[in-house]
Design a binder for this molecule. Structure first.
Ligand code: 3PG
Length: 307
């Protein structure tokens, strides 16, 4: 019987695991569970004899791929697959997939949880401010961006989106105004939400030029990946502009120093938790299980990312 491993350092909700089990077993496959592991050795041991693997932000590097002697497919139950070494997977004929959009609403909702907590001064009773009428920019307008834009409309915000896929400088789509010029967008938006993947062309993209051009009292929300930000530039701007705040679901490398120097301008979740809801776990986990069953049983490569 072919085996499907769920390897999650940050586990899915139990109900999601049961739903994944249902899909796996009804397709004649066996489920193996490795949750809350603390050592890479545990992952290397668990992957040894499985045919498929479901992960979240778990690091699937060349060593893990090589340890999986029977491994045929890795599905990242989520959007960003920067944690999977796609080159090593391709070299070993291992298919890599993600489950785009399945956890996007949960991630988008957390943006507003962090924003409300911050602008209401941590619910301490101090006088805060409101989202209504503020300009919110989403970069980029993918699955998370779309959900953030929809929710922002409910708050009565002016929504702007970023897209680099058109030659026009500025256009309107889905009722939203789009920028293709990053700096122009940072100059206009009171709140900028980062929701793009970590890739060669996005790493370090959020730099001094962009950050320092934000309007007075601006807030940057990073719901995506820490390496989108040039941290030295971020710290320089936080020092020069005490009016600017940084809220993040992905802790920066220099967090201790940022808290010490700019504590009032900074908020981070304890652990990356944008996608940590039962609904998102169920959606992404079930999609991953179905994609694995479909690939192992029929060769369906839809959602493959390492073509
Ligand atoms: C994603 O890329 O899907 C999100 O960052 C969620 O990641 P997680 O599954 O590790 O919570």
């Amino acid at each position: 019987m072919q085996k499907v491993l769920i390897a999650t350092e940050k586990p899915f909700a139990p109900i999601a695991v049961e739903k994944i089990r249902g899909i796996v077993e009804s397709n004649g496959l066996e489920l193996v569970l490795l949750e809350k592991y603390t050592e890479k050795a545990q992952l290397l041991e668990a992957v040894k004899d499985v045919d498929a693997m479901i992960v979240r932000s778990d690091k699937v590097d060349a060593e893990v791929i090589e340890a999986g002697k029977n491994l045929k497919i890795v599905v990242r139950a989520g959007a960003g697959y920067d944690n999977v070494d796609c080159e090593a997977a391709t070299k070993h004929n291992v298919v890599v997939m993600n489950t785009p959009g399945q956890n996007a609403n949960a991630v988008a909702e957390l943006v507003f949880a962090m924003l409300l907590f911050h602008i209401r001064k941590g619910f301490t009773g101090a006088s805060g401010s409101e989202l209504m009428g503020k300009r919110l920019g989403v970069m980029s307008y993918g699955n998370i961006g779309e959900n953030a834009a929809r929710i922002a409309q409910g708050f009565g915000m002016h929504v702007y989106a970023y897209s680099r896929s058109t030659p026009a400088d500025y256009f309107v789509k889905d009722g939203f105004e789009f920028f293709v010029n990053r700096k122009a967008m940072f100059e206009v938006c009171d709140i900028m939400v980062l929701a793009m993947p970590s890739a060669a062309n996005t790493k370090g993209m959020i730099n001094y030029e962009l950050l320092s051009s934000m309007p007075k009292g601006a807030i940057l929300v990073n719901i995506a990946r820490k390496d989108l930000i040039n941290e030295a530039d971020l710290m320089r701007v936080l020092a020069e502009r005490p009016d600017i705040s940084y809220l993040t679901d992905v802790k920066p490398d220099a967090e201790a120093e940022i808290i010490e120097k700019f504590g009032k301008q900074y908020f981070s979740t304890d652990k990356k938790m944008g996608a940590q809801t039962a609904e998102a776990n169920i959606n992404a986990g079930m999609a991953a299980a179905s994609q694995i069953a479909s690939y192992l049983l029929t060769g369906n490569e839809k959602f493959r990312v390492n073509k």
